[in-house]
Design a protein around this ligand. Structure first.
Ligand code: GDP
Length: 303
């Protein structure tokens, strides 16, 4: 099981950890600001968010007479922290059956994240069921079944090529029959030119609504953290198709672009609920803004 600090090692070593060096021990000058700006951009904080940050920081340095490196880093951490939303608990209780619709393109880490989430929920004594709504890829069905086994939760699946709506319908019946509290629905994520990803997603959502009018109670978009700004473009398309309620950012352990989390929240206005920091079942953590910002800077021995 990876720790948050381990998971964010690349982002820290490549960018945020270098900000202290860029600032230097004495008074910050123009060159230093340029360097800080470049580091934030390289970490994928995004252009508008970076510009806004630098502006705010310059203002603070002037007003508060900050000169010391430590004070400056503390102020920057403070400002970065303010860019992140305080996570709200997922809207998954207070009713008989809550439904989570999972969206994202293939390879983003959807199946893995569903498995990890299901495992976490089961550990919290919640009765979970998974629906293999990506019927377009036989491998997707098999993989979800495998994660279901690992996590110890049942998976409702159809034949490859079958109607995803029918699978979802069956899964709701199964969930009700078994007294499940949470149904997590996987969806297709392929980006082929002859496949309308968004239309398929809307179809699945509509089937859910026919049976449970206020479903889905959460629509989580899984974004691959290694794809940086591309993920933001993707997310906007998903937002146009369905009401995305939150984001799961995966693979933060294998990228140096952890800064994208600031851009996601600033530019998309979406909360990040979970982050993936490894491939095992345990490597999904609730997103905690303070711990996240601390882990980006935390000193200590780097092996
Ligand atoms: P899907 O096509 O969206 O369902 O994506 P998968 O769940 O199959 O994941 C694609 C690849 O990303 C797999 O090799 C996963 O092991 C890997 N992956 C998913 N989440 C993480 C993560 O948080 N960290 C790392 N390092 N790899 C991940």
């Amino acid at each position: 099981m990876a720790s948050l600090r381990d998971g964010l090692k690349r982002t820290r070593q490549s960018f945020f950890g270098r900000i202290a060096q860029a600032i230097g021990a004495t008074e910050i000058d123009e060159d230093s600001w340029d360097e800080v700006e470049a580091l934030l951009l390289q970490a994928d904080v995004g252009v508008s968010t970076t510009m806004q940050l630098i502006e705010t920081m310059r203002g603070r340095v002037r007003r508060e007479g900050i000169t010391h490196q430590d004070q400056l880093i503390a102020a920057l951490k403070d400002e970065l922290r303010k860019l992140l939303m305080e996570p709200q608990p997922l809207n998954l209780s207070g009713r008989e059956l809550s439904v989570v619709l999972i969206a994202g393109v293939n390879g983003s880490g959807k199946t893995t994240s569903i498995g990890k989430m299901a495992y976490r929920m089961r550990l919290n004594n919640r009765k979970v069921i998974l629906a293999a709504g990506d019927t377009f890829r036989a491998a997707a069905i098999d993989q979800l079944k495998l994660w279901g086994e690992r996590a110890g939760v049942p998976v409702i699946a159809g034949q490859p090529g079958s109607d995803p709506g029918a699978v979802v319908y069956d899964a709701i019946s199964a969930a009700r029959a078994r007294g499940a509290e949470v149904l997590i629905v996987d969806t297709a994520g392929r980006l082929h030119s002859n496949f309308n990803l968004m239309a398929e997603l809307v179809k699945v959502r509509d089937v859910l609504r026919k049976v449970i009018p206020d479903a889905p109670h959460e629509t989580l978009l899984v974004l691959d953290g290694t794809t940086g700004q591309n993920a933001l473009t993707q997310a906007k398309k998903f937002q146009e198709a369905v009401a995305v309620t939150g984001v799961v950012v995966t693979k933060l352990d294998s990228t140096a672009k952890g800064g994208m989390l600031f851009a996601i929240q600033q530019e998309l206005g979406l909360p990040v609920h979970y982050i993936g920091i490894g491939e095992s079942m345990y490597d999904l953590v609730f997103f905690n803004p303070t711990a996240f910002v601390d882990s980006l800077f935390e000193n200590g021995s780097e092996e």
